[in-house]
Design a protein around this ligand. Structure first.
Ligand code: BGC
Length: 561
């Protein structure tokens, strides 16, 4: 069920990407049909991020008051209206107004959809699902480029096609429920329980669902006064705020949306003559963006945030530098250099500085300011995005493409210094540890990743009897012997805690999961320890009354008789 939820809410990411990317293909024809000054071109293109800025401002309060589902339904209506109206305009100012409306919807969706996903997801899958959202954005951009290519000059249906995913979002959300967490804040505990049971499905026992619900209800009791803006610059929060805003500033001023929104224009400047080759090359950009986002998803938890950022900023600086050289010299022979540079740039961006600011934004803030700080950083993202997209045509007119890309190159080099100086390694570090490190006042960048510590004989037990029981009950539910072992699960858990090998395996699992047993434990959580745990359960099964009864070995007087 969580995958359906993520897929439906992911349509919002798709729309985000589509509305960003669709302008790229339409611009060339629009310029021929309307008399557009560089100022109004910048304004019309940048209307999406500008509208999004306001969308992000209202999204938080709207999602609190009316719920995540209702707010997303509202955004879907705006997306549909914006797309249909954009296809019917007769003047550029009308298109600017439609894009402002679409941007408003994007701003709402870009904040509420990830919130909807993360509130529905089991804790241990949250990070992966945030990256899936970024993947949806890149798929939306690619989709827009494909539509651009397929429809060539027909810009009206190009815009109108955006209504299709918008309607899909509406229909999908219509059939989904609101998140259990939001329902709890409204005092609708019965609906919350039903929603959670539906989300977790039959794979998770009713006991677990009840436990998760109780944890949510506990966390929902407002224990502190609501955070204020000034809390964001308090000493214990400021370093996190600097990291989150800084990463978005660098992400946007690396010029990504100048490329995404104006890709064919960039290719034209780089020497591609026909309109359709420009759009085809643009599709290449979209495809590399998607594929390298997947590569980034595979790397993010393996090599860690800092290393991936170094790679990303170094790669983007090299790529942008190549484009700048190609554009400044204007030599035909250097066009290949520029195109290669663009691919290196997009690839490095997609694998690193595309997803990382979003992921780190959800990790670095202490819990009491998290949602406010996340809105502030999202708003900053749209602000920076607007500035870059709006200024691009004017800057190209005054400095030339080479000059503009040289500036973006310098930004990426600054990114290397910023990472070294300010960014902590949060990979595998529990959120509470990040919070404690911030509170300690030590430099944020000195946070150490939590390497899983091998458990040895002399190690003090790191797992409580309750955790041991919880883990064993969950493992039994996952094992192939669940049906037979469930009735005596508690006893098995107790006996298992006396077994050294099983206890060590359990400790490893719990350590890897950040010191706690995940609410919805999956086989992935068990990792290499799955073998030890399941073998133990297999032995238990072969010694169980249920098994002995089937082979006729249950002692006289036992249940067989
Ligand atoms: C950025 C967007 C950008 C997209 C490109 C996102 O991480 O925030 O502004 O258009 O990546 O893939």
């Amino acid at each position: 069920m969580i995958y359906i939820v993520a897929a439906v809410a992911g349509i919002a990411g798709l729309l985000f990407g589509f509305d960003e990317g669709v302008i790229a293909g339409a611009l060339t024809t629009l310029r021929q049909q309307f008399d557009i000054s560089t100022f109004s071109e910048g304004l019309m293109t940048a209307a999406v991020p500008f509208g999004a800025l306001f969308g992000a401002l209202v999204a938080g309060p709207a999602a609190e008051q009316h719920g995540r589902r209702a707010t997303l339904l509202f955004a879907a209506v705006l997306f549909t209206l914006g797309a249909l109206l954009a296809g019917m305009i007769s003047a550029i100012w009308m298109l600017t107004a439609c894009r402002l409306l679409l941007g408003f919807a994007v701003g709402i969706a870009a904040m509420v959809a990830p919130l909807y996903i993360s509130e529905s997801a089991p804790a241990a899958m949250r990070g992966m699902l945030v990256s899936i959202y970024q993947l949806a954005i890149t798929l939306g951009i690619l989709g827009a480029y494909i539509v651009n290519y397929a429809l060539d000059d027909a810009w009206r249906p190009m815009f109108m096609l955006g209504a299709v995913p918008a309607i899909a979002l509406f229909v999908g959300m219509f059939f989904l429920r609101d998140t259990p967490r939001w329902l709890l804040t409204q005092g609708r505990s019965e609906q919350a329980a039903n929603a959670l049971a539906k989300l977790r499905g039959s794979a998770v026992s009713a006991e677990h669902v009840q436990h998760e619900l109780e944890t949510m209800a506990g966390a929902n009791t407002p224990s502190q006064k609501p955070a204020t803006w000034s809390d964001l610059i308090a000493p214990g929060v400021r370093p996190a705020f600097v990291v989150a805003i800084g990463l978005f500033l660098l992400q946007q001023f690396s010029g990504i949306n100048a490329v995404i929104y104006y890709a064919p224009t960039v290719f034209q400047e780089a020497g591609f003559d026909s309109g359709s080759t420009q759009v085809l090359a643009t599709m290449g950009v979209g495809l590399v963006n998607v594929l390298m986002t997947l590569a980034g998803m595979a790397l993010i938890d393996r090599i860690g945030r800092r290393k991936l950022l170094y790679l990303g900023f170094a790669g983007t600086a090299v790529g942008l530098g190549m484009i700048a050289i190609g554009a400044i010299t204007g030599a035909q022979s250097l066009d290949v250099l520029a195109v290669l540079g663009l691919l290196i740039y997009i690839g490095s961006f997609a694998a690193s500085i595309g997803p990382l600011p979003w992921v780190m934004m959800s990790e670095v803030f202490p819990s009491h300011v998290r949602s406010l700080a996340m809105s502030a950083t999202t708003i900053s993202n749209w602000g920076f995005n607007f500035l870059v997209v709006f200024s691009f045509p004017e800057l190209v007119a005054s400095l030339g493409l080479g000059g503009v890309f040289s500036i973006y190159t310098i930004v990426c080099l600054v990114g290397l210094y910023f990472t070294w100086q300010f960014v902590p390694e949060t990979s595998g570090v529990p959120l509470e540890k990040i919070e404690a490190h911030l509170a300690s006042g030590q430099p944020f960048s000195q946070l150490q990743p939590a390497l899983p510590k091998p458990v040895t004989h002399t190690d003090a037990p790191v797992i409580s009897p309750e955790q041991m029981e919880q883990l064993m009950l969950a493992s039994i539910a996952l094992s192939p012997y669940a049906e037979h072992l469930q009735p005596m699960a508690k006893t098995i858990a107790l006996v298992a805690s006396q077994n050294h090998q099983v206890r060590c395996a359990a400790q490893n699992v719990v350590q890897r999961c950040g010191g706690q047993v995940p609410n919805a434990l999956t086989k992935q959580h068990l990792g290499p320890e799955k073998h030890t745990l399941f073998t133990y359960l297999e032995h238990t099964y072969f010694a169980s009354p249920a098994f002995l009864k089937t082979v006729g070995e249950w002692p006289v007087g036992g249940p067989r008789d």
